[in-house]
Design a protein around this ligand. Structure first.
Ligand code: UDP
Length: 475
């Protein structure tokens, strides 16, 4: 009977750990700190072992209920070879959400709010009919959210490609964005991927409120622009609640993961570089070879999460992490594993990232700068070598390097897409042993402290969430 009294909130993430993790953390907080009942809708895919692991785990708190949305039958028949990642994701979500009305109606108790992420905006129409308020949780950076809110305006006002604009793009109230850095999805306006992205972001203003996974010290400029609606008179912006950094907690570490952590236990403090490109990042074979030899030449300790290279797409692993046969010896350069044995650890496909970043032996993170990876690095005070690959990662890398001071970027050489081994060696040494690394580590520790304060009782993120929680409870 007591359980019936609890306020009930539902969550709806898109597939992919980058979307699921922050919504899961948000849900967990509602259950644990605020005594909510949560229904967590999960779009089932067989692509992600990590996703399935999360919801199978015995650690789900009581009050948290995972609700599976049945898999779309024959999903591959919707896809064509040349479809890009956001198009695939949007189609998969669209098809899955056909089950949403019946699943919502089946819920025994009223739902105070449905919290969705970016690609689930078909939920607005569905929920309107059911009188359920919909909130958005924007799981990427605030700078991307600001840019995205501005995108429909840009779309109306700019002819041609944004990436060809001669001047930086001035999102109102925010720092200018170099056209080269804008997210991939808006670099080719004729591609379906752009249309899908535009469609979903143009519905952001329909939200009853938007949660962002950030806090004032990490993105002061963009957050101020959004919260105070500084320059957006013509663009309706729902109330913005910065509730981050919400990152994965109590990660379930597999046996393989435990071996990695045990290896770390034996390394000196802050001596290991952790290398992984998110859940989908993939290098070309030529680039992977350069990276491998660059790591070898740097003579530093490292953990490299290895993925089969792809010359076709920088996010090739996105839909098949864990489902692929993965033997790094086949595609890493010959002799590399042998030569770095003891100093370097090569891990196929997936490693317990949050636990590794939290380990005292980890000294730096070579990362694609996905937003979750960024937050995990920042919360543990680990400096980053930015290696953006896809989506909005170039924008994130620029914010981290130029505004926040916790990352370094490789210099962009026009017409040269490859980062060569010499360059990698130099960068790795500089961050692991040089002055740059020291300065970033100091800044990292400050931010780590600031994140802790924001999330604790009385802190900005904690209080932002409390105000919405009070509102839901009062209904
Ligand atoms: N991750 C992990 N192990 C890996 C690779 C990724 O645990 O080997 C997790 C990482 O901790 C993060 C998420 O996957 O929580 C990646 O999210 P992010 O937003 O950084 O990038 P995306 O995968 O969406 O590009």
């Amino acid at each position: 009977a007591e359980e019936i009294e609890k306020p009930h909130v539902a969550f709806l993430p898109s597939p992919g750990m980058g979307h699921i993790t922050p919504l899961f953390e948000f849900a967990r907080r509602l259950v644990i700190h605020h005594d909510f009942h949560v229904s967590f809708f999960v779009i089932t895919t067989d692509a992600s072992a990590a996703q399935n692991e999360l919801f199978r785990s015995e650690n789900l708190p009581s009050g948290f209920h995972a609700v599976e949305i049945p898999p779309v039958e024959n999903i591959s028949s919707f896809f064509t070879e040349d479809m890009r990642v956001v198009t695939r994701l949007a189609i998969m979500v669209r098809e899955s959400l056909k089950h949403l009305p019946s699943l919502l109606m089946k819920q025994q108790r009223p739902i105070e709010a449905l919290i969705i992420d970016l690609f689930c905006t078909d939920a607005y129409e569905i929920c309107q009919k059911l009188s359920i308020p919909v909130y958005s949780f924007f799981t990427a950076s605030t700078i991307l959210m600001a840019f995205s809110l501005y995108l429909p305006t840009l779309d109306r006002e700019v002819d041609g490609e944004f990436v060809d604009l001669p001047e930086p793009i001035q999102t109102p109230g925010c720092n200018p964005i170099c056209p080269h850095d804008i997210l991939d999805q808006v670099k080719d306006r004729k591609n379906d991927e752009y249309k899908w992205y535009l469609l979903h972001v143009s519905r952001l203003p329909l939200a009853a409120g938007i949660f962002v996974n950030s806090w004032d010290d990490l993105e002061p400029v963009s957050l101020k622009a959004l919260k105070e609606n500084l320059f957006f008179q013509n663009i309706p912006i729902p109330p913005v609640h910065a509730i981050g950094p919400l990152i994965k907690q109590d990660e379930v570490v597999t046996e393989k993961g435990a071996e990695i952590l045990a290896w770390l236990d034996d390394q000196p403090p802050e001596s290991v570089l952790f290398v992984v490109f998110g859940s989908g990042g993939t290098l070309t074979s030529e680039q992977l070879t350069e990276l491998a030899w660059g790591l070898e030449m740097s003579q530093q300790r490292f953990i490299l999460v290895a993925r089969k290279p792809s010359d076709a797409s920088a996010s090739a692993a996105f839909f098949n992490v864990g489902s692929d046969e993965n033997n790094p010896l086949i595609y890493l350069p010959e002799g590399f594993v042998k030569k770095t044995e003891g100093r370097g650890l090569v891990v196929p496909s997936w490693a317990p990232q949050a636990a590794i970043l939290n380990h005292p032996s980890t000294g730096a993170f070579l990362s694609h700068c996905g937003w979750n990876s960024t937050l995990e690095s920042v919360i543990h005070g680990v400096p980053m070598i930015a290696w953006p690959l896809y989506a909005e990662q170039r924008m994130n890398a620029t914010v981290l390097a130029e505004e926040v001071g916790v990352a370094v970027k490789f210099p962009v050489v026009p017409g040269e897409p490859l980062i060569c081994r010499k360059e990698i060696e130099k960068m790795v040494r500089n961050v692991m042993e040089g002055e740059k690394g020291k300065a970033m580590r100091r800044r990292g520790k400050e931010l780590k402290e600031s994140a802790k304060i924001a999330l604790n009782s009385g802190g900005s993120s904690y209080e932002s969430l409390c105000s919405v929680v009070q509102f839901w409870k009062s209904k």
